[in-house]
Structures are given as C-alpha cells and as structure tokens.
Design a protein around this ligand. Structure first.
Ligand code: AMP
Length: 125
C-alpha cells in the first residue's frame, strides 16, 4: 500500500523499528548518520536500502528539514556503500520513491541501491 508522505512521520514504520533494533535486518554498513541493509525482497542480485538515522518521511522532507551534517552524512553513506559493494566499475542504480504516485510503501526515507547485473534502461510502466 502506498503511503501519503504529506502526513507526519510515523515512528511505528518498519524502518523506524529496524533503527531501534526492534526487528532484525541484514546490515551492510552503519555509521552516525545512516544504516544500510539488504532489502528483504531483492529486485536485483544486489539490492540494498540506505536510510538516514533521523525521522524523515521522504527525500523532500529530508532536504527541507535535515541539518547539513545529516545530509552530508547520508549522501556520503550511500556512496560509501556503492564503493564498498564493488559497484562503481560495473555501475549501479539509485532510486528513492516518494509518495503515492511512486508507490512508496515505507514512510521513512530510503534509497534503493541496485546492482550486480546489467540493469537495462530505466522503465516507467
Ligand atoms: P518502497 O516501495 O520504495 O517504499 O520500498 C520499500 C522496500 O522495503 C521494499 O523493497 C521492501 O522489500 C523493503 N522492505 C520492507 N520491509 C523490509 C524489512 N523488514 N527489511 C528489509 N527490507 C524491507
């Protein structure tokens, strides 16, 4: 079910629970600003989600409200994971769904990082 990202942050969302350690995840990277973990339903050989530690619903919410340090830390974490996973030379794709039309399902900002095969052109069905 897509979420309405104009609503206030819901601290019962699944990624908030992962950040609090209430449900398990397969972590690939963590620092002060971000957590990266394997997607539970991978759409590519490598499918990692990178989330900021702060309570932000979407990219636009994050970019409007997060501090410079949070923004820099999160963006650097995404690049760090791409490098650490060996994705720079073969290439990879980043995707951040936001709101109803994108079918965002979890109302905590997350960037999907896809790789591990030739992904083909981006398709909008
Ligand atoms: P989106 O549609 O952009 O909101 O993507 C949400 C993503 O979260 C989907 O790719 C799900 O497979 C993934 N997901 C949902 N629950 C979990 C979980 N507990 N651990 C890891 N990934 C999850």
């Amino acid at each position: 079910m897509p979420v309405d990202t104009t609503l206030p942050y819901d601290d019962q969302n699944i990624f908030a629970k992962i950040l609090r350690g209430e449900i398990p995840n397969r972590t690939v990277y963590e620092d002060e600003w971000a957590l990266a973990f394997h997607d539970i339903n991978p759409q590519a050989p490598i499918h990692i989600l990178v989330i900021p530690k702060g309570a932000y619903v979407s990219w636009d919410d994050f970019s409007a409200k997060a501090s410079e340090a949070e923004i820099a830390g999160f963006i650097r974490a995404v690049g760090h994971v791409a490098r650490e996973q060996g994705l720079v030379a073969p290439g990879y794709r980043l995707l951040a769904n936001a709101g109803i039309n994108s079918h965002q399902e979890v109302p905590h900002l997350h960037v999907h990082l896809f790789g591990g095969k030739a992904l083909g052109p981006m398709l909008l069905r």
